[in-house]
Unconditional design. Structure first.
Length: 138
C-alpha cells in the first residue's frame, strides 16, 4: 500500500476543486474559522423558493488541502438536495466520498461541513424560518 497521506480522490479535488468562488446576492452565506489553525472557509448558497432545494452552492477556502477537498466534495454532495438533507451531511460522509482523510485532518472537513450548515442557518434566519436561535453547541 502506498504510504501517501492523501487518496487520489482527495488530491484530484484539491487540484481541481469544484464550485470555487462566491455567489453574488446569495440566499445564505457563512464563514467558519477553526481556532486550531486559524484557517477559514466561506460557503454561499442559492435556494429554490418552491422546492427548498439548493440550486447553487460555492465555497472559498483559506485552509489546507483537506479543507479544500472537503469543500469541493461537499458542494457536490449538497447541490440539488433539500435544506434538511444538506444539513445532515456529515464530515464522515464527506471524508468517505473522498476515499478517506487522514485522521489528524478530520477537523478540516468538520470546518467545511460547519460552513455549509451555517450558510443554511443564515438563510433560515434571513427568511424567518427560525423563530428562536438554536443553542450553540460546543
Ligand atoms: Fe487548517 Fe486543514 S483547514 S489544517
Ligand atoms: Fe485547522 Fe485543520 S488544522 S482546520
Amino acid at each position: 500500500m502506498p504510504n501517501l497521506p492523501y487518496t487520489d480522490k482527495v488530491m484530484e479535488h484539491f487540484k481541481h476543486p469544484r464550485n470555487v468562488g462566491r455567489i453574488e446576492n446569495p440566499d445564505g452565506k457563512a464563514t467558519e474559522g477553526s481556532p486550531a489553525c486559524g484557517d477559514m472557509v466561506s460557503v454561499y448558497i442559492k435556494v429554490d423558493d418552491r422546492t427548498k432545494k439548493l440550486s447553487d452552492i460555492k465555497f472559498e477556502s483559506y485552509g489546507c488541502a483537506s479543507n479544500i477537498a472537503t469543500g469541493s466534495i461537499i458542494t457536490e454532495l449538497a447541490r440539488g438536495k433539500t435544506l434538511e438533507e444538506a444539513k445532515n451531511i456529515t464530515w464522515q460522509e464527506a471524508s468517505e466520498a473522498l476515499g478517506g482523510l487522514p485522521k489528524i485532518k478530520s477537523h478540516c472537513s468538520v470546518l467545511a461541513v460547519e460552513g455549509l450548515r451555517s450558510a443554511i442557518q443564515n438563510y433560515e434566519e434571513r427568511y424567518g424560518l427560525i423563530t428562536e436561535r438554536e443553542p450553540t453547541t460546543v
